[in-house]
Design a protein around this ligand. Sequence first.
Ligand code: ATP
Ligand code: MG
Length: 266
Amino acid sequence: MADYSATPFVGKTFGVTLDKLNKSFDRLAVLKNVSLEVRPGEIFVIMGPSGSGKSVLLKHVAGLEQPTSGRVLIGDHDASDPKTRERVHLALVFQAGALFNSLTAYDNLALYPREHRLCNEAGIRERVMRALQILSLEKAADKFPGELSGGMRKRVAIARALVMEPELLLYDEPTSELDPVMSATIAEIIATMRDHTAVTSIVVSHDRDLALGIADRMAVLMDGRIRAIGKPAEFRQTTDPAIANFLNPTIDLKHPRFRQLENDYE
Ligand SMILES: Nc1ncnc2c1ncn2[C@@H]1O[C@H](COP(=O)(O)OP(=O)(O)OP(=O)(O)O)[C@@H](O)[C@H]1O
Ligand SMILES: [Mg+2]
């Protein structure tokens, strides 16, 4: 088979700007005055506790949620404007993968280029095989999602995003439910994808090793607010106890956290 892995995709790269973004659902304020700038070509990781608003933030970049106030720009384009999706090739790798179970891995990948008539079947085959090869999935091409392990399904979901030749790649928890080795593999894949494509990548994750290992810069979101933004090295040396505790939680059987929670309710 031809070696496609050396052929870089060429596309535009976009920066992403969140400018005083606020989002409430009814009375629940989920994002509170979030401002940050993701530079073109950067891998930017957003960490934060469960429920802190990470997925909601990412959906704003993807144009799937509208801000209550403030705005999100992709380059100069407003993310909430439907026309932006025509101007920016954006791919979102969902938290749960979201593959079609009745289609093989190959057909899952071929779906988008077929539906959008991006090229003829030979061209589609080249794109799909290139993506499968980058993710070491050639042998999974004819398998249905139900026949694949969780880790392989995650890789197929990433390969499907790659086939869209994105200029902006958004990942929601790409390593959740994976073993440590597979998580490290996915982190390497995200870094490799960026090296192949120079694509701007925003990764939402709980995975400290992934963040510290591949982020150019990262942010920690707590209770809907940005608690800190910086390079991984700066987070390793943080003096903020909330961030230190989030990145390096210790198991303290003498003072267990759930007892603390009980006290909070009293
Ligand atoms: N469509 C919605 N309607 C109402 N509330 C929502 C909606 N989407 C999210 N929320 C609420 O917003 C808050 C943040 O949710 P979000 O999914 O962004 O958390 P998260 O940081 O991604 O958590 P996790 O790490 O568990 O995935 C939660 O309280 C959630 O219940
Ligand atoms: Mg989430």
